[in-house]
Design a protein around this ligand. Structure first.
Ligand code: ATP
Ligand code: MG
Length: 311
């Protein structure tokens, strides 16, 4: 649905993005993850035809962003980093205004506004003045304007920035509910955001794509070994002996001991959870808890972006 190939953009002498390439399948939610100044907004502004790349190409729904920008704009909704706000307008009137600008036919305007209000859960406030809404609701208005004219593709630049945790959860749910019907790219420098909302992640750092995968695969790729956390009741030495006797164990570390209960972290070359449980129980040790310790996307993000620095 979206094909991005070798996009490069200079601002004067400064190169903001270099050879950015990625694809997005129809109905997918792709996360564009990167720290400040990584080039997320630049990439999104190019894809939404707000400015041309210095070199490279991209197509949206088969339309070229340069040659067929009118078509691209028609099938693409955009929530910019700083959403256009008309604080004096009522939600309803603002959305009607957006529909007019987007060229929605007069007899369809009402229907389009109703659909966007419904999708962005704005029913309760549609007659309120935008300037008096909470930040979370203002962001929903921004989201609603991007959904006017039912675009196939929706591009959202940091949609949850500045919101409180409850509002973040609500906006995330809203975005997830758009999946399937719309193809979505959302940018973020907040890691849990993309981990929880997106099916695939492109990590961008210093204007370059440094990784592209599912959140799960990124986790596995980074981690060459398995790490498991355990809580075991019993003697430290007995625990170490029971676990250390297994093949493929790389390390066994007792982290804390409290009231006869040890917190243990084990690294192994393969998944040994069943063998560990059996060995502990066979040694008459009390296994209270056992769970895999996953690398977070945050680890990967730091790992990849730090490695890339100076390259
Ligand atoms: N209009 C501009 N003129 C000159 N340089 C710019 C302009 N816009 C962006 N840049 C530079 O391009 C680089 C990428 O900026 P961009 O806004 O795309 O990053 P971003 O990933 O969206 O960052 P943030 O997370 O802070 O929004 C930065 O170094 C920025 O300073
Ligand atoms: Mg930005």
């Amino acid at each position: 649905m979206i094909e991005v190939k070798d996009l490069t953009r200079y601002y004067g002498q400064k190169r903001a993005i270099s050879n950015v390439s990625f694809n997005v399948q129809k109905g997918e939610i792709l996360g564009l993850l990167g720290p400040n100044a990584a080039g997320k907004t630049t990439t999104m502004r190019i894809l939404t035809c707000y400015m041309p790349p210095t070199s490279g190409t991209a197509t949206i729904g088969g339309y070229d962003i340069f040659e067929q920008s009118m078509e691209v704009r028609t099938i693409t909704g955009y929530l910019p980093e700083n959403p256009p706000i008309y604080p004096d307008l009522e939600v309803n009137d603002y959305l009607k205004f957006v529909a007019k600008i987007k060229g929605v036919e007069k007899n369809r305007i009402e229907k389009e506004v109703d659909a966007a209000v419904e999708k962005a859960s704005l029913g309760d406030v549609r007659n309120r003045v935008i300037g008096k809404l909470s930040k979370g609701y203002k962001q929903r208005v921004g989201l609603a304007q991007s959904l006017i004219n039912n675009p196939q593709v929706v591009i959202l630049d940091e949609p949850t920035v500045g919101l409180d945790p409850k509002q973040i959860i609500e906006i995330r749910e809203l975005i997830r509910s758009l999946k399937g019907e719309h193809t979505i790219i959302l940018s973020s420098h907040i890691l849990p955001e993309v981990e929880q909302t997106c099916e695939r992640v492109v990590i961008i750092s210093n204007g370059r794509v440094v990784a592209e995968d599912t959140p799960e695969n990124l986790t596995t790729r980074m981690r060459g070994s398995e790490r498991v956390q355990l809580e075991v009741e019993g003697d430290e030495d007995a625990i170490k002996k029971a676990l250390g006797s297994l093949p493929d164990i790389l390390s066994t570390r007792i982290e804390t001991k409290d009231n006869g209960v040890c917190k243990v972290v084990v690294e192994s070359k393969s998944d040994l959870r069943k063998e560990m449980a059996k060995s502990l129980v066979d040694s008459n040790l009390g296994l209270l808890e056992l769970h895999p310790d996953k690398a977070t996307l945050e680890d990967i993000f730091l790992h990849l972006t730090t490695k890339e620095e100076g390259a």
